[in-house]
Design a protein around this ligand. Structure first.
Ligand SMILES: [Zn+2]
Length: 321
């Protein structure tokens, strides 16, 4: 399950309200049409009779002949109905096209698979639970907070470098799919890594992707509680870590490193790589510190990620000036 249990419950309540409104609208439109075009009521009554006759003969046996005959009549009546509606200026589906989502009829499923409309409701619900800052969006990313002074070491200014990173993250969110790259962001604290991760999360949620965005500390807490706390069931949280469309692990590198966290980290990265579910990891560390901190086994996986080095001075301090 990629969305939270609460998101499923919430979306079911919303869709059930949509279905109630659709049923109400269908009654209203039917009354409107019957009053304005009595001929439509006659056609509907005739269609109902034919349908009932077909049901009766199906129970009695040898129904094929009558079904064939009545089906032809029903098709004829349907096309007559469409024509009459059209002549009175109504679309042919005026009485039936009453749902918010024409694909699933507001049930949330198409052939047993989650409909996009339900995914969007759930992802937006889960996004709200992330408590991202109100201004979290690509439009609010401020490149002017990064210095435009040329840096000899990197052969560019932090601003021009960050412009590339910003554009990369924006297109990443725009074109996201299961084939999207895994990303490793690193650099000092306060350079906008968490903010850009929030922008990606927010864009993807609007499109109906399931996103889990948690600090590494919280992720290890969940895994640890799942293993050692037998009173509470954390399997749903664990399942979301492995199966959500995008996992964003914020602030890795500050956790207390043990054999246990090492194994848990490798397990998450590996499982998501195998199942082709992209992961974004964000370090407040320099590349060389990342290399010395983690095992070769983990590093060999992280080397396959797209590396984004954030440059500049703490931009949070600049926003206060
Ligand atoms: Zn739908």
């Amino acid at each position: 399950m990629s969305f939270s249990k609460q998101a499923y419950e919430y979306s079911e309540n919303i869709l059930s309200e949509y279905r109630r409104q659709a049923a109400e609208l269908a009654v209203k439109r039917t009354e409107e049409i019957y009053t304005e075009i009595p001929e439509i009521k006659e056609i509907d009554d005739r269609m109902a009779e034919l349908g009932a006759e077909m049901a009766r003969t199906a129970i009695k046996g040898d129904p094929e002949k009558i079904i064939e005959k009545n089906s032809a009549k029903l098709a004829e009546l349907k096309s007559k109905k469409d024509e009459v509606l059209k002549n009175h200026g109504f679309p042919s589906d005026y009485m039936t096209n009453v749902h918010r989502c024409g694909l699933c009829g507001d049930t949330g499923y198409v052939d047993g698979v989650l409909c996009d409309c339900r995914k969007k409701i759930m992802s937006v619900y889960d996004l709200a639970e992330l408590n991202l800052p109100d201004n979290c969006g690509f439009d609010n990313f401020r490149l002017d907070l990064y210095s435009d002074e040329y840096d000899e070491h990197y052969k560019c200014s932090p601003r021009s470098h960050m412009k590339h990173i910003f554009e990369y993250c924006k297109s990443y969110a725009e074109d996201f799919s299961e084939n999207s790259e895994n990303i490793l962001m690193y650099g000092k604290v306060g350079l906008g890594k968490t903010f850009l991760c929030g922008c990606i999360a927010s864009e993807l949620a609007k499109k109906g992707f399931s996103v889990v965005f948690k600090s590494a500390y919280d992720i290890f807490e969940i895994i640890s509680k799942n293993k050692f706390n037998y009173k509470t069931d954390y399997s749903e949280d664990i399942d979301r870590l492995y199966s959500c469309d995008l996992l964003i692990m914020d602030d890795l590198g500050t956790e207390f490193l043990t054999e246990y966290t090492h194994t848990a980290l490798f397990d998450i990265i590996e499982r998501r790589l195998v199942s082709k579910r992209p992961t974004v990891i964000n370090f407040n560390l320099a590349p060389k510190d990342v290399e010395t901190r983690y095992s070769d086994r983990i590093m060999s996986r992280l080397l396959t990620f797209r590396h984004l080095l954030f440059l500049g001075d703490d931009i949070r301090a600049r926003t206060l000036r």
